[in-house]
Ligand binder design. Structure first.
Ligand code: FAD
Length: 345
């Protein structure tokens, strides 16, 4: 392998995270400054097509490590293989995901180097990568550099870097990495699919609902729903139904506050925030969400934020580019109708 800038292509059973291609775009900039090329590293089983894709997205070449023992992501063997592939590299980029949080940290330990997670901006100065990353739940941005140790390992936040346009005419060498898999202490027993729809972290548009989605006292639940909590859930379903209409028109993903999740209105998979997903869509529409610091931690890097809230003092308005003070049960259907007309749907 000749290139000093490596990108680990994160994937689930051969389907790459779009953020992997964003990481290749970020890597190209670093590589240009360092006078190097970009090598994609792909680990798994039956993952050769990802090497071709990585080259189309801007890698100069690719290294593939395939073995039946790597069919499921397990951090221990993946870290062994990636450490081997990256041992001579100057920079290793990975897209931020649940998998790479573990993987990048383990490779950093193996190679006795440093790691900067969840980076949103990158500059290169004198061969060193200066990485900007949010800290303290996004209240501060810190600039980090990994000095004197190599590779400099960084994970890039999903949607923080533009995804390059694929170019099918690009070509590059694809080589197989020689390696052995030892005893692996973990085994994946199975997978259970989370709630469907557009993936939150990859979505360009997210429409979210908070505790406010259940707050419409004028809605009368059917007679058979007598329990107070069930009535609240029923109201929340009506509110999330309206939010869902807007999600549909905008081909968006559905987000939620923790209050809405904890109250049982919507599954945890939809939660945005410090203890949920961290997202950076082009457009984030918060409905009936107050804007607690823990929620903002998950969405404050969204490009345009729109807030709908009854309370003009709600903290979310301090961050929002556009705010509508009003009842979401009136405003959301009006937004849906306006977008429908504008988008010709
Ligand atoms: C350790 C820790 C981690 C946490 N992690 C997260 C996290 O990951 N994500 C997260 O979201 N929270 C998280 N929280 C919880 C967070 O502190 C807030 O409690 C939560 O975000 C509040 O959710 P909410 O805005 O939906 O509810 P509320 O704060 O109750 O706000 C509801 C809002 O809806 C408005 N409203 C009510 N009715 C209507 C209506 N009809 N039309 C329009 N507006 C209306 C109200 O004016 C209000 O502003 C965490 C807390 C802790 C302590």
């Amino acid at each position: 392998m000749t290139n000093k800038v490596l990108v680990y292509v994160d994937h689930f059973k051969g389907e790459a995270l779009p953020a992997s291609w964003e990481a290749i775009g970020a890597a190209r900039k670093i590589a240009e400054s360092l006078g190097s090329g970009v090598t994609a590293v792909i680990i798994g089983q039956d993952v050769q097509p990802l090497a071709t894709q990585a080259i189309e997205y801007g890698a100069d070449d690719a290294v593939v490590a395939e073995n039946p023992a790597l069919a499921d992501f397990r951090p221990e063997p993946y870290a062994d293989v990636l450490s081997k592939a990256a041992a001579e590299a100057d920079v290793l980029l990975l897209p931020t995901s649940g998998r790479t949080r573990e993987l990048a940290a383990m490779v950093a330990v193996d190679l006795e180097t440093g790691m900067a997670p969840d980076v949103i901006e990158i500059e290169v100065d004198g061969g060193l990568v200066l990485a900007t990353r949010p800290i303290y739940a996004g209240k501060l941005l810190s600039k980090v550099v990994i000095k004197e140790r190599k590779p400099q390992i960084l994970t890039t936040r999903s949607r923080a870097f533009p995804k390059p346009e694929p170019d099918a005419s690009r070509s590059g060498e694809i080589t197989n990495l020689e390696f052995e898999v030892g005893d692996v202490p973990t085994e994946v027993l199975g997978y259970k699919e989370a709630a469907g729809g557009v993936s939150l972290t990859d979505a360009a548009v997210i429409v979210s609902g908070g505790r406010g989605v259940s707050n419409n006292p004028s809605l009368t639940p059917p007679d058979e729903i007598t329990d107070e909590k069930d009535q609240e859930i029923w109201r929340a379903q009506q509110g999330f139904g309206l939010v869902g209409d807007l999600v549909g028109v905008l081909n968006a993903a559905m987000g939620a506050s923790r209050a809405a999740v904890d109250a049982g209105y919507i599954p945890y998979a939809n939660q945005v925030g410090q203890t949920g997903k961290v997202v950076s869509p082009d457009l984030y529409i918060a409905n009936g969400i107050s804007g607690a610091i823990q929620h903002l931690a998950g969405m404050r890097t969204s490009k345009t934020i729109v807030a709908v809230n009854k309370d003009p003092e709600a903290p979310i308005f301090r961050l929002a580019r556009f705010g509508v003070v009003g009842d979401l049960f009136d405003v959301v259907p009006a937004l849906t109708a306006a977008f429908k007309e504008r988008l010709g749907k």
